[in-house]
Design a protein around this ligand. Structure first.
Ligand SMILES: Nc1ncnc2c1ncn2[C@@H]1O[C@H](COP(=O)(O)OP(=O)(O)O)[C@@H](O)[C@H]1O
Ligand SMILES: [Mg+2]
Length: 246
């Protein structure tokens, strides 16, 4: 097997509950559907959710077991039951302090086995920021259009910049469709300027998305969420894709 060299992408946000985990899984499904081998690592200790989103009901070991030596790497990596070439390491329900050097060793070691590794980071300015700077090639900052979320997203950009990390892009999530139709460019521009990161995707508010992230019902391959996520993945590969905003 030819050695791979995964690109590592951190999914971050200032505020919690903005859709990081949902989008990590959606982007993973989209990338795997184009033939890439993809690993999702859920880093949000105590806030596991990826097992439900991916429909995994046979998880035995998690990131905590792996980092604390209770299992080997192949038992912690769980394949998606529905999507070929998609794998996950789920978050620990409980664990002591996560050491940055352990994360670094793990992610660097895994690069050779995948094409893409998505890290679903904890919100806020702690571990999420430190781990993003230490191991990732690019950060995707998720923000909704509300002012608190924009300000917190900008705080993430500043914290990354303070550590010399400037490789980031913005995904605006949960955009109201009426808002899109009425004054699209102006309003989205305010979010982009407020957060201070270049836009790579816009995701509408969509009850289908809630259904997927709360029940493990896979998003429709031909549906809007997957079309947008495939476009984002292809922009991550440096290809031009027009922004889908309707
Ligand atoms: N585009 C969207 N439309 C509707 N609901 C969404 C959307 N994105 C996320 N959600 C919902 O928001 C909630 C929080 O999402 P989650 O991915 O768990 O956020 P985070 O990982 O940032 O804490 C979930 O109930 C999810 O279904
Ligand atoms: Mg989450």
């Amino acid at each position: 097997m030819a050695a791979r060299r995964a690109k590592v992408i951190a999914i971050t946000s200032g505020k919690g509950g903005v859709g990081k985990s949902t989008l990590t899984v959606s982007l993973g499904i989209a990338a795997a559907s184009t033939g890439k081998r993809v690993l999702l690592i859920e880093m949000d200790v105590g806030l596991r959710g990826m097992d439900i989103m991916l429909g995994l009901n046979n998880v035995v070991y998690d990131l905590g077991d792996l980092l604390e030596g209770r299992c080997n790497i192949s038992s912690a990596i769980v394949p998606s039951p529905n999507v070929p070439e998609l794998y996950a390491i789920v978050a620990p329900v409980l664990m002591g302090q996560v050491l940055l050097q352990d994360i670094q060793l793990l992610v660097e070691g895994l690069r050779a086995y995948f094409d893409l590794i998505f890290l679903d980071m904890p919100a806020g300015l702690g571990l999420g920021i430190r781990a993003t700077c230490a191991v990732s090639d690019l950060a995707l900052i998720i923000s909704t259009p509300d002012p608190v979320c924009i300000r917190d997203g900008n705080q993430v950009v500043r914290e990354l910049a303070a550590r010399g990390f400037t490789s980031h892009r913005l995904i605006i999530n949960r955009v109201n469709r009426k808002f899109i139709r009425r004054r699209v460019v102006q309003n989205l521009d305010e979010v982009i300027d407020g957060v201070g990161s270049q836009l790579i995707g816009v995701i509408p508010e969509d009850p289908e998305v809630t259904l997927f992230s709360s029940s493990g019902r896979l998003p429709d391959e031909k549906g809007e969420l997957q079309r947008i996520c495939r476009a984002i993945c292809s922009r991550l590969d440096g290809e031009y894709q027009p922004l889908i905003i309707r």
